[in-house]
Write a protein that binds this ligand. Sequence first.
Ligand code: C2O
Length: 566
Amino acid sequence: MAATLALLIIQAQGITRHYDFNVQMANMTRLCRTKSIATVNGQFPGPEIIANEGDSVHVRVTNNIAHNMTIHWHGIRQLRSGWADGPAYITQCPIQTGQTYVYKFTITGQRGTLWWHAHISWIRSTVYGAIVILPKLGVPYPFPAPHKEVPIIFGEWWAADTDDVINQALKVGGAPNISDAYTINGLPGPLYNCSAKDTFKLTVMPGKTYLLRLVNAALNAELFFSVANHTLTVVEVDAVYVKPFTVETLVISPGQTANVLLAAKPVDPSAIFYMSATPYSVVRPPAYFDNTTVSGILEYQNPGSPPSASTFHKDLPLFKPTLPLFNDTDFVTSFTTRLHSLATLQYPADVPRSVDRRFFFTIGLGTLPCPKKTTCQGLHGAKYAAAVNNVSLVLPSKALLSSHYTGKSRGVYESDFPAIPVSPFNYTGTPPNNTNLATGTRLLVLPYNTSVELVMQDTSVIGIESHPMHLHGYNFFVVGQGFGNYNPTNDPTKFNLVDPVKRNTVSVPAGGWAAIRFLADNPGVWFMHCHFEVHSTWGLRMAWLVLDGSKPNEKLLPPPSDMPNC
Ligand code: C2O
């Protein structure tokens, strides 16, 4: 009895999970070329973090590479613990070479799959891994328990060093080189040169159901994913349960995660199946993005037969999935509009009904003047840039969060981020002549518990494109989306305030808009940016400053003593 009681208490409070992350270089051979990459503990992808909802996680990160480092726990809400969020110069100074920082946070009210990644320059191309959040002990999934759970992390592989790629692009103001391959769990698979031996393989037993924990860790690509001759039932996205629905193909944007159930065929089909991912991209001609396909293999093993029987049989028939065309926006729209919160008594959708503050942000590309005495490769000889409400965010040299906390914001940031575009225009019409953006480090300040509605509007200034917008520190409800210019009179009447999907990254449709709502109940400085790394680097990023509330439990906690210095 006493033991049961003790267990119940542990269960309610959660335990602390400890991890050691040693950031180190490691040699990795892909596509027959060996490259030295940044890794965690020499692993690629990096180690998986596993916790139950309610647990605390302590990750001791030691930086043993010759580059500054930070790690972000993508999608973890970080309630009052913004110091552990990770984006460089937003919530912390980087961990310098030879230094250690312990990220400490508690997982509250989330269950499903999230992920972690480096959050400085383009190092996240190789420094990433899955975060598996299991329900509290004794709490079942709201769907049939799977036989096995398998992380499937999509990545993007460059033969060159990714920091060289982006630095070169920034120097000439043009677009960065595209990647050489996509990967599943670090492996490009059989459709690339010299890569067949680096193929991810999933062996299943007939009649069993598998939970695939999908993560899109690619830098610059939204991906279609499909398993030949099998269906996928989506049960959760961004660590929030959804109403289950079944598809042959899904789409997942950088930053997004999804749990899907894969039902193996009832009897061994004596065949092998490709599971493949290929990019979705509009407007840009295929030469401007990596238009290739990564495949893994799904094979069957009969219960009782030895594991050796599961090796890749060349003589078995091979089935390949049919993926949508690279620019199939209709497919993307029909998929995303099927996403709805589970919205049950146990997992309610607490959509903010009333709104305290409304914001309208334009998001998209533009240009900045080419530095004197250089020639730039961007439009009209300018250099490419990107912005939110025309402000291309410049990262400060000190962390925003500590500048705010210590009251020393002067010279670091301004608190005047525009709530609406300064000069409205036809956002999705003929591109304007003036593509020039402004630069700045301006925060948008919100009092504690402000109920926010934000419409993000893609622009056609350089060309329409979808933008996977990620907000740190929060989940938000996607209450509406559409194409063309947002109409503030008609569009809100169609908002879903009953069971909208709740997530941390929404892909704003190309040449369209998305409306989100959230309650600003987490004090701190919260980064919001396009999860296309190239757009974020170009300045498609901003930050919210959510102030403390009046009660003690409504305040940002003090910084840990081992916070790195700039
Ligand atoms: Cu996954 Cu600020 O990013």
